[in-house]
Design a binder for this molecule. Structure first.
Ligand code: SAH
Length: 252
């Protein structure tokens, strides 16, 4: 009987191949089968072997090419046929990546799973924009939340944003108006600084900033498109202050 393969759940990071872990790069370069989603950049896909079988399970909001249950099962079936499968995902597999569900089904079928972490969008964004997620003077708590997914109204975000805290919202472009409303209903003042970062850590990154009350307008007027992160908190206003200070010093 053929030996069952291993499923590797691999984080591809924000898109730049330089931001892959060495383990991820080695697995991508040697894989015979890669199951990938839409967030994985063409540069990273180009690292695959010429004869690798590439299976796209790209998902767009509201247009699911392949339901998650089918993806979970596809991975198991491929492994049961004796293939080692690289399941490649944008960012980190275990942050809003549904890697947990894929690993659960694999384990339920007795298929071996290895998980390789990736740089999540929030980490890539922080480095690329120089917006710190935590800062001794501005934030000692950071939370990652999903702005879409399960119903927004059902999610309890109280206490996650505000003084001394950074809130990073994934998948929040479409629901930006409801997000601003929800946070202000939770007690945040309209002037809390916000940044929206589109295509973080990629060549076409865009960063726009404003007060919380202006978030819906900011997203709309700049035509922000997914993938983007919404970052709420004082850390988003520090970088400018710092750069302005440097510019002042340079002029003295
Ligand atoms: N597992 C991924 C997240 C998948 S959910 C990770 O760890 O990064 C998809 C959401 O991630 C997008 O809607 C967007 O909010 C965010 N995202 C992914 N890549 C991004 C990028 N390069 N810039 C900004 N946001 C990104």
């Amino acid at each position: 009987m053929m030996e069952t393969g291993t499923i590797f759940l691999v984080g591809a990071g924000p898109g730049d191949p330089d931001l892959l872990t060495l383990r991820a790069a080695r697995l991508i370069e040697s894989a015979e089968v890669i199951v990938h989603d839409g967030l994985v950049s063409p540069e990273i896909m180009a690292m695959a072997r010429d004869d690798a079988r590439l299976i796209s399970v790209a998902k767009k909001r509201a247009r699911h090419t392949l339901p998650q249950d089918d993806i979970n099962l596809l991975l198991v079936r491929l492994a049961q046929k004796g293939h080692d499968v690289v399941r490649l995902k944008g960012g980190d597999p275990l942050i809003f990546g549904r890697g947990g569900e894929e690993a659960e089904l694999a384990r339920a079928h007795g298929v071996k799973v290895e998980i390789v972490p990736g740089i999540s969008a929030a980490n890539g964004m922080a480095a690329a924009t120089q917006i710190p997620l935590t800062h001794r003077d501005a934030a000692s708590i950071v939370s990652f939340v999903a702005g879409q997914c399960k119903g927004l109204a059902d999610q309890d975000w109280s206490g996650l944003a505000g003084k001394g805290r950074t809130l990073v919202i994934y998948m929040g472009v479409k629901t930006a108006p409801q997000i601003a409303e929800k946070l202000m209903a939770d007690g945040l003042t309209p002037d809390v600084p916000v940044a929206v970062v589109e295509n973080a850590a990629r060549a076409d990154m865009r960063v726009v900033r404003g007060p919380l009350a202006g978030l819906p307008d900011l997203v709309k007027s700049h035509k922000i498109k997914s993938p983007a992160l919404i970052v709420i908190g004082d850390v988003t206003a520090r970088e400018d202050a710092h750069l302005e200070q440097l510019a002042l010093e340079a002029h003295q």
